[in-house]
Design a protein around this ligand. Sequence first.
Ligand code: RIB
Length: 309
Amino acid sequence: MSGRIVVVGSSNTDMIIQCERIPRPGETVLGGRFSMAAGGKGANQAVAAARAGGQVTFVARVGDDLFGENAIAGFRRDGIDVTHVLKTPDAASGIALIMVDRGGENSIAVASGANGLLTPDDVEAAEPPLAGAACALAQLEVPIDTVQRAMELAFRKGVRTILNPAPARELPDALLETVGILTPNESEAELLTGLPVRDETEAARVAARLAERGPRTILITLGARGVYVHDPEWSGTVPGFPVEAVDTTAAGDVFNGALAAALSEGKSLRDAVRFGCAAAAISVTRLGAQPSAPTRPEIEEFLAARAEK
Ligand code: RIB
């Protein structure tokens, strides 16, 4: 039986254009293909955790519009508790414009809308599920005070806190002191430390620097190369799984959601990271954020086919 995961964060609708290449400023690239899909870093992580087998409560704000209604309906279909997904009068739901090139790389602009109105009081209202959770998971697409309140509240109750510091920005020490597991990618780790991450030696140095600011565990996601783990019990790289990438959007979100699901059911850190890497690898073979998040049986089948012989 796994413990509850409380995800605090954003919900967007993604407007996606797959194109040959991402236009430079001032340039128009013709011939793309359009699609629309549910997204937002918080929502993607909540959905990924639920599909990976977690019991999830999501704390978020959507606008009082059709996008928000569709988002909530999607969370319900994935079995997510939406008691704390609030409709916000006079605000639009979050929208992301995403361009995906032929190699699966993306470029994203977000109009935050209601996500920017998620307050520390909204988090306080979710104290009962947060205080009893196995895991609290947040990212940085909602106001930083709100993220800080969520991490503080969970940390004070002895709940394992995971912060995915995306999109990249500086973080106050007071916030980092309440984070148990920090999961930056290479560029976020670089922004937080001023040091590059080009190989395992540099990843080890950067992770140690980040750990000095509070988190016990640092997981630097390295894309297809896997994840560098810095933890008092074990440090090293958990390798990724080579796959043909169609769209890397939300690969980090799927990793974080699946990681939280695995940890909340008691898997070891290393097994949980491998499980998260498998979920992320599957997700990059599919288009879209939430549509790409795999189910538990899909992750298990993927791992079984790659079990060390
Ligand atoms: O991490 C991917 C997400 O970033 C997209 O779904 C988009 O909504 C932006 O928030």
